[in-house]
Design a protein around this ligand. Structure first.
Ligand SMILES: N[C@@H](CCC(=O)N[C@@H](CS)C(=O)NCC(=O)O)C(=O)O
Length: 214
């Protein structure tokens, strides 16, 4: 089923295509942090304001199936919060290629929509904040699961896997990214789910070296 790109995506694509030298930035805060799987020219670690990252999106393709949906992250509006991740810069032909790929991976298969948000690079003295495209799964999408206790989320992750791999890998790689690349950030929701998961499966204690390269 071909899905027309959402308005924010079209706006970003038109603006970027209109001025070839203007890159498009795409902000990742879940699997895009460690598995972008599209060609990019540069990447920066940083954050967006006004959102909290939550394991409240169901996934029946990448990390789960119709009978046992996995849990992946989305963004919940939260005025005082910041969500850390990676912004990817795409130029010229990379723009259409990345948007076409992400439209299938995120929108068609994942239920995510697009929005333009202000990204704040970690090296703020070197860079001013800039606009980036972000994929958000809203409560209106058909596989949205919403809030649950960290213990229940961990238990669901433990028994879920899909076409892209096990849901445990999804959680641990994201926790790993935050631990090693954003050590100053306390992401209580993420790390309490990881803690609940490790208490159920002690063999999954923290890796010595980062699993994620940025
Ligand atoms: N949009 C968020 C979340 C992306 C995400 O995790 N999406 C799922 C779709 S349900 C995905 O791409 N999974 C691929 C994988 O799990 O490897 C991001 O920017 O990273």
């Amino acid at each position: 089923m071909k899905r027309d790109p959402p308005a924010a995506e079209r706006q970003a694509q038109e603006e970027a295509a209109g001025e070839q030298e203007t890159p498009l930035w795409i902000f990742g805060y879940g699997s895009l942090v460690w598995r972008p799987d599209f060609e990019f020219s540069a990447r920066k670690v940083g954050f967006i304001r006004g959102y909290s990252r939550r394991f409240w999106q169901g996934d029946t393709f990448h990390r789960g199936n119709e009978k046992m949906p996995g849990r992946v992250v989305t963004l919940q509006e939260d005025y005082d919060a910041c969500t850390w991740g990676v912004a990817y810069e795409v130029h010229g032909e990379q723009i259409a290629a990345s948007l076409q790929y992400l439209n299938m991976r995120e929108a068609v298969l994942g239920g995510y929509d697009t929005k333009l948000v202000k990204f704040h690079p970690q090296e703020k003295e070197a860079d001013e904040p800039f606009l980036a495209l972000v994929y958000i799964a809203t409560p209106q999408n058909p596989t949205y699961l919403g809030p649950a206790s960290e213990e229940d989320i961990a238990a669901q992750i433990i028994v879920s896997s899909g076409r892209s791999g096990h849901n445990i890998e999804y959680l641990l790689r994201l926790a790993d990214f935050m631990r090693y690349f954003c050590p100053q950030v306390e992401d209580e929701h993420l790390f309490s789910i990881e803690e609940a998961l490790v208490s159920i499966l002690p063999c999954l204690c923290q890796a010595e070296d980062p699993l994620v390269e940025v």
